[in-house]
Design a protein around this ligand. Structure first.
Ligand SMILES: *Cc1c(COP(=O)(O)O)cnc(C)c1O
Length: 379
């Protein structure tokens, strides 16, 4: 028995699958560079090992939301281009600039802080200007773009800034044919043309996330920013399964059954007694709960493979555990419960859990908590 089998619960991370996913995505966006988005601890998969594996497979950029996440990659010794885009006033601009991290700027306040930090550091900041082409979230509004571009160009002329990128983000790329996709592309082309006419010479222009990388070739430009697809999960079941895109899920969530016991008919199960045994049966106790990221919304619905068969969460998911009705099967304590994985052994997928919890698979993998060790395989 391998050592990891004795753990209460574990998330196995198949880095060979991750590398293969990166190669498949590079083939799909052959004219562009690939950024592996490793924000939020690589969507719960472990940022540093995943970032390293992505670079090995040919990703040339790493992307994070926060500057702290980007700095942690550098602190772990990772090279390549690193970009982060979620800044708040007073952020670690100087540290990021000194670490050669590309910083995203969506407004004048951020450009001013970047310029001041660059002056203090005595190094030009690598700045990427972000446009809101219709997402309605972060990014500079088209009406404010001339002011931002002109201030960034002035800073470039004075040597405190280098405009390394022009970029934006889609609202509805996971809904094929959504009219906002072409309209955002049109606005993006206009805003890029405006900045280039003003003298910007960006290294990269980019707008594509995973769904756009997979389904909108016109959106690839110089760089695609893929997150969820790197982890082998389809951005949306409407677009296709992971296998349809040549992708393989990277995370397998497993637990060791903590108790098996026989109970009579009519026994209420877990808090609130929302499940009652329909007949005499056996129960299996799965020692993970909502504190580990198992959604309580999947109470009575979440699927799990135990003893070679698909079972369903019986009653409520509690903080640390839930119960499955084993329908009379007698299993040994320590039997493996597979909550989700690539499906080779008949286990459910993260997408199945997303359906059970009325959410998206992004949330299922990202929410797995720190109490669940990540075990990186095929390093
Ligand atoms: C998270 C994120 C991505 C990656 O999105 P996926 O759909 O996971 O590929 C790309 N760009 C930005 C700005 C993001 O925040």
């Amino acid at each position: 028995m391998n050592e990891t089998a004795t753990l209460r619960a574990r998330a196995e991370i198949d880095l060979a699958a991750l590398r293969a996913n990166v190669r498949a995505l590079r083939a799909r966006a052959a004219g562009a560079q690939l950024m592996a988005v490793v924000k939020s601890d690589a969507y719960g998969h472990g940022a540093v090992p995943c970032a390293r594996a992505a670079l090995e497979a040919g990703a040339t950029w790493l992307g994070t939301a926060t500057p702290q996440e980007a700095l942690a990659l550098r602190a772990a010794g990772l090279g390549g281009r690193v970009m982060c885009w979620l800044w708040t006033p007073g952020g670690p601009w100087r540290e990021a600039i000194e670490a050669g991290i590309d910083v995203s700027v969506s407004g004048m306040w951020a450009l001013r802080e970047a310029v001041d930090a660059a002056a203090a550091a005595g190094t030009a900041a690598r700045v990427q200007l972000k446009a809101d082409t219709g997402l309605g979230r972060n990014g500079c509004q088209p009406a404010d773009w001339p002011e931002l571009v002109s201030a960034a160009r002035a800073a470039e002329e004075s040597g405190t800034v280098r405009i390394t990128g022009l970029w934006s983000h889609f609202a509805c790329a996971d809904e094929p044919g959504h009219p906002s996709i072409v309209s955002q592309l049109e606005v993006f082309r206009d805003l890029v043309a405006y900045a280039e006419k003003a003298g910007a010479r960006p290294e990269v222009r980019h707008i594509a996330n995973s769904p756009a990388t997979l389904t909108v070739p016109d959106s690839h430009f110089d760089l695609v920013r893929t997150g969820i697809a790197v982890y082998g999960i389809s951005p949306s079941p409407e677009l296709g399964t992971p296998a349809d895109f040549g992708l393989r899920p990277v995370m397998t969530l497993a637990a060791s059954v903590a108790l098996v016991k026989r109970v009579p008919e009519g026994h209420g199960i877990s808090y609130g007694h929302h499940y009652t045994t329909p007949a005499e049966t056996t129960l299996g106790l799965v020692p993970v709960g909502y504190a580990d990221g198992i959604p309580r919304h999947a109470s009575g619905r979440g699927p799990v493979l135990v003893g070679g068969r698909r079972r369903t969460v019986a009653g409520r998911v509690a903080m640390d555990q839930f119960v499955v009705d084993l329908a009379g099967d007698e299993l040994e304590p320590g039997a493996e419960a597979l909550l989700f994985g690539p499906g080779d052994r008949g286990e459910p997928s993260a997408e199945d859990w997303a359906v059970a919890a009325d959410t998206i698979a992004y949330e299922i993998v990202t929410r797995i908590g720190p109490r669940v060790p990540r075990v990186h395989l095929n390093q």
